[in-house]
Design a protein around this ligand. Structure first.
Ligand code: AMP
Length: 218
């Protein structure tokens, strides 16, 4: 059976870390709209410039841009056995767009992805964001405050110099939370009503969260 997973949670809830671990273990593609958009921005394309004008304000990129990216990605053959969606959908409108995309891809069969909701006390979130660093080469994510690292400026896995995301400042983070609470949180009720939602306590330690997550897979 196709394994389809969706991850919803506020910025800094640790979705990226957990979905990467799950992707490695389950050999499923990890599809993260934030990273796909950052790649588009880096190409300097018109679409990338448009996306960036929303990203730097902590707002959602227009649905037509994001849905096109997702549709193209989900049609690739490595998604034949399933996928992990990290950061999409982020609004009720996007959830409806995803229903249509999945119906098209699964040829009329309505699938019901399992949706994991990462619940974290709000006070932990900003701290996690401002201490987050990532490796531009291998994609590893670090928290320079809570993780034991050989050098807080270098990736433990491949040695590259770590970078900080431009939108991980406190100022933009506050705007990203506002966007999350206004537009993304309503999805929790939608998927709960549809019987697709699994809540995860994402305030715990990384390996404990992962154990609970894999234990809850249906
Ligand atoms: P993230 O890496 O998931 O924190 O996303 C970074 C930024 O990319 C967000 O603040 C949005 O501006 C944009 N973004 C990511 N995913 C989406 C999405 N599904 N819809 C619209 N914008 C998105």
């Amino acid at each position: 059976m196709k394994k389809e997973f969706i991850f919803i949670g506020p910025p800094g809830s640790g979705k990226g870390t957990q979905t990467k671990m799950l992707s490695e273990e389950y050999k499923l593609p990890h599809i993260d709209t934030g990273s796909l958009l950052r790649e588009e921005v880096a190409t300097g394309s018109e679409e990338g410039k448009l996306a960036n004008s929303f990203m730097e304000k902590g707002q959602l990129v227009p649905i037509n841009v994001v849905s096109e990216i997702i549709k193209k990605r989900l049609k690739q053959s490595d998604c034949n056995n399933g996928f992990i969606l990290d950061g999409y959908p982020r609004s009720l409108e996007q959830a409806r767009a995803l229903d249509t995309i999945l119906e098209e891809i699964n040829k009329g069969t309505q699938t019901k992805p399992q949706v994991f909701y990462f619940d974290v006390p709000q006070e932990k979130l900003i701290e996690r964001l401002v201490n987050r660093r990532s490796c531009p080469k291998c994609g590893a994510i670090y928290n320079i405050k809570t993780m034991k690292m050989k050098d807080i400026n270098k990736c433990d896995k491949c040695g590259s110099t770590l970078t900080r995301r431009e939108d991980d400042t406190e100022e933009v983070a506050v705007k990203r939370f506002k966007t999350y609470f206004e537009q993304t949180e309503p999805l929790i009720n939608l998927y709960k009503q549809r019987g697709q939602l699994t809540k995860i306590d994402a305030g715990l330690e990384i390996n404990e969260i992962y154990k609970n997550l894999t234990g809850a897979i249906k």
